[in-house]
Design a protein around this ligand. Structure first.
Ligand code: PHE
Length: 455
């Protein structure tokens, strides 16, 4: 069977941006910014995007496009001699995406559940922060609610993936991304014009840094965040890059992905903080910010119920386009390397990701007390993947491009894509050469050691 390709370069950009923009941007970013000093945290975060986010993204897309293979075979394909370890690394990377998809679907399921709840007016009773928190706890405490929405969300991803690269992933992203931008602009705009000063306070918060909150933990959080938000280290960008046609200018197509992801994160901060403040809520709720502080605050603002529906729809769209991108590397492996039919591969992948997600979903109710050193199954699997496997996957990509394959061998592949002749090409090459070979690997190793408690 012929290998699938994007219909157009814009299709790739939409899909990669759709992968990058997800729960992490809209659910996590606003509350970590709230906890770690607002503008100070954002400044450090942007610095990390430049120093490691972009170079790793670029390396992964370059590997995928040059090999025209997913992570399992791309590394060995580009190496001159076969070094078995790269095959293992490739497999591990595709498997990491699959692990992520299992617990990502659980949290995304809660979002779908809240979207349905908002549609049916079910958030109306939660008039105080306390009541909203109890509602949330009763929801995630229910096995049926958690598993039902986990299944529903996985079902959505399943249908998109069945459509294939063009008629599934590309099409859905081309529809969802503009819709997401419209919803987000609408929400941020509404938050900014509401009376009560929420808008001004949220902008102040974005502009005035509080450097005293920028602890070493905050810096590490920013570093880890820069990684996860761009969907790096787990084969997504290698796989999406492998569906490119081959003549694209990689700088020109990777830069908008990082830019778009960052703009969405910042808009999400404006929307969430201004709405919460306008409704009289506080910003320091941590992970509960959008699940209880926001719904309670929305009851105090004009049009709150519509805002709630729009908000949870927005997050659902963002989550679906990320979920499919976490599953695609393994599906690509089954289809292209093992010659399964796409239907078989999608069914196997979605089915097993759902099953693996079950203990994660139950970690908030019946399996709550089943812990290992105080951590539930959900805590463990999310820790192992996001804090250990994903940095290793990203490290592998930059070490491969920078050293194993070699930057000088990789560069002609970049130039194949019309890099030559641009005024900036020398500068861009120097920046990438430095970051891919030195800055990014060193910073990633620091994160890994810190995550392992060795630093
Ligand atoms: N980038 C996604 C987000 O911001 C997270 C993600 C990581 C999705 C890895 C898929 C794969 O939510």
């Amino acid at each position: 069977m012929k290998r699938e390709q994007w219909k157009s370069t814009l299709g790739f950009v939409a899909a990669a941006a759709g992968s990058a923009v997800g729960l992490v941007n809209i659910w996590r970013f606003p509350y970590v910014v709230g906890q770690h000093g607002g503008a100070a945290f954002i400044a450090i975060y942007i610095l990390f995007l430049i120093l490691i986010g972009f170079p790793v993204l670029f390396s992964e897309v370059l590997i995928g496009r040059s090999a025209r293979q997913g992570p399992v075979t791309a590394f060995t394909n580009l190496s001159i001699e076969r070094v078995p370890i790269w095959k293992g690394v490739g497999k591990g990377i595709a498997f990491t995406g699959f692990l992520v998809s299992s617990f990502y679907s659980v949290v995304a399921g809660w979002i779908v559940g809240y979207f349905i709840l908002a549609l049916r007016g079910g958030l109306a009773g939660a008039t105080t922060g306390q009541a909203a928190q109890s509602l949330f706890e009763s929801k995630i405490g229910s096995v049926v609610w958690c598993l039902g929405h986990h299944a529903l969300f996985m079902g959505l991803a399943f249908f998109v993936l069945l459509g294939g690269v063009r008629r599934g992933i590309e099409l859905v992203n081309r529809i969802c991304m503009p819709l997401l931008v419209l919803l987000l602009l609408g929400l941020a705009g509404w938050g900014l014009i509401l009376p009560g000063g929420g808008g001004k306070a949220s902008l102040d918060f974005l502009i005035r840094p509080d450097w005293s909150l920028l602890t070493p933990l905050a810096i590490l959080t920013a570093l880890g965040h820069a990684f996860f938000t761009l969907s790096l280290g787990q084969g997504t960008m290698i796989t999406y890059g492998s569906y490119l046609k081959g003549k694209e200018n990689l700088i020109r197509i990777c830069a908008p992905i990082v830019l778009f992801d960052t703009i969405v994160s910042l808009l999400a901060v404006v929307a969430v903080t201004s709405l919460v403040l306008a409704g009289g809520g506080r910003l320091d709720a941590g992970p509960g910010l959008i699940f209880f502080t926001l719904p309670a605050a929305l009851l105090n603002i004009p049009g709150g119920q519509i805002v709630a529906v729009a908000f949870f729809l927005l997050v659902t769209l963002a989550a679906v386009t990320s979920q499919i991108s976490a599953m695609e590397p393994l599906i690509n492996h089954f289809v292209n390397d093992r010659k399964w039919s796409r239907n078989q591969a999608v069914l196997a992948c979605a089915g097993s990701s759902f099953l693996l997600g079950v203990p994660s979903a139950l970690s908030f109710n019946v399996l709550h007390h089943v812990t290992f050193r105080g951590h539930t199954f959900f805590d463990l699997i999310s820790f192992i993947t996001t804090d250990i496997f994903i940095p290793i996957g990203g490290l592998a990509a930059v070490l491969f491009v920078g050293w194993r394959w070699g930057f000088s061998k990789a560069i002609p592949h970049l130039e194949e894509s019309a890099m030559t002749g641009t005024r900036w090409s020398g500068l861009v090459k120097a920046y990438l050469g430095l970051c891919v070979r030195f800055t990014a690997p060193v910073l990633i190793i620091v994160v890994l050691l810190a995550n392992l408690g060795l630093l």
